[in-house]
Design a protein. Structure first.
Length: 125
């Protein structure tokens, strides 16, 4: 009986640790709005102090950035403000908190010629 309880506790602890590790490894799981350009993405969750993430997933040599607008169509961070995933697809994603209310997000790939961008995606509040 004691061995059975010990195994159950070990199993429960292992499952809890796995769940914690998965949620820490992928904070975008907490996002409520995504914009995609191919496999690259930008995500946000205004409920978390305007938290955002931008992620270059494709190993194509093209940089990826996100842009954010408020409800008055102003760019957050100023006109042409770009939040880059600066290490490309080599490492993790860039995340942080935006300085203002987010109404729309867009993700763009810095490729040849004009950048290829997703459409502006309204943020769910």
């Amino acid at each position: 009986m004691t061995t059975r309880r010990t195994r159950a506790r070990v199993g429960f602890t292992a499952l809890a640790a796995l769940g914690l590790a998965l949620s820490a490894a992928n904070p975008a799981m907490a996002a409520n709005t995504y914009a995609f350009e191919g496999s690259d993405y930008a995500a946000t969750n205004p409920a978390w102090s305007n938290w955002y993430e931008v992620c270059d997933v494709e190993k194509d040599g093209n940089g990826v950035y996100a842009q954010f607008r408020d409800s008055y169509e102003n760019y957050i961070g100023g006109f042409d403000a770009k939040y880059w995933d600066s290490d490309g697809s080599a490492g993790g994603c860039r995340s942080g908190n935006l300085p203002g209310y987010v109404a729309k997000i867009q993700v763009c790939e810095d490729d040849w010629g004009d950048d290829t961008c997703s459409g502006w995606k309204p943020v769910t509040h």
